[in-house]
Design a protein around this ligand. Structure first.
Ligand code: PGA
Length: 250
């Protein structure tokens, strides 16, 4: 299915005022010289949302956060709500990144609640799912990703037509081990079928691939029929690489 692809950078816990400024300026200069044929976003650490929002003003790059609270407001020290994100011009928020699931104990139910909060505030959640190496080797890849996505579908009903899905095999994140285009496509096709069975409006839901996507392998991955973009970690911190990936997503 042909749709505008989305290339989203996930800066993770990297950056600083000076580094962010030069990274964003380099991206803006690159996109001024060669306009993107796809949607572009950067998911930045909470404290820098305001800075990057300012830097991105007048540009078509969308601002994203890396997390959102599962709660609306109240006594949740350290949490950031979806409506607060909205105040800072945030358009996308990652939900259920594997590093959140792994290091912060986020369950499928918590991730589903985060997606609910994001959608209620008018944000586009980028729902991250993916199997570990042990799960892949045990032949459980489809079962795991379908379970993770099913929790989000169940909690959000027809509203899921407003989400973005990112398939990120955990073993490929930050490891330099990318899923082959065939491996990724196979899982994406399964997810597409699951989404279509859940909602008649699911046809336009983007399914991104993430996990060591880089300037060298992006074109091949993005050429797969069910890969609608990428969620980029390490390579999103290098403007030339990120711009090359954007150019590959025409
Ligand atoms: P990576 O990270 O591109 O560095 O593998 C991707 C992600 O964690 O979203």
């Amino acid at each position: 299915m042909m749709m505008k692809k989305l290339i989203a950078g996930n800066w993770k816990m990297n950056g600083g005022l000076t580094a962010n400024d030069s990274l964003v300026q380099a991206l803006l200069a690159g996109l001024a010289a060669q306009p993107a044929g796809c949607d572009v976003a950067v998911c930045v650490p909470f404290p820098y949302l305001s800075q990057v929002h300012g830097l991105l003003a007048q540009s078509s790059i969308g601002l994203g956060s890396q997390d959102v609270s599962a709660h609306e407001s109240g006594a949740y020290t350290g949490e950031v709500s979806a409506t607060m994100l909205k105040d800072f011009g945030v358009r996308y928020c990652l939900a259920g990144h594997s590093e959140r699931r792994l290091y912060h104990g986020e369950t499928d139910a918590v991730v589903a609640a985060k997606v609910q909060r994001a959608l209620a505030a008018g944000l586009t959640p980028i729902v991250c799912i993916g199997e570990t190496l042990a799960e892949r080797e045990a032949g459980q890849t489809e079962e795991v990703v379908k379970r993770q996505l099913a929790a989000v579908i169940q909690a959000n009903g027809h509203c899921i037509s407003e989400i973005v899905v990112a398939y990120e095999p955990v073993w490929a994140i930050g490891t330099g081990k990318t899923a082959t285009p065939e491996q990724a496509q196979q899982v994406h096709a399964v997810l597409r079928a699951q989404l279509q069975a859940a909602s008649p409006q699911a046809g336009h839901i983007k399914i991104l691939y993430g996990g060591s996507m880089n300037a060298a392998n992006a074109a091949q991955l993005l050429a797969q029929p069910d890969i609608d973009g990428g969620l980029i970690g390490g390579a999103a911190l290098k403007p030339a690489d990120f711009l090359t990936i954007i150019a590959a997503a025409k």
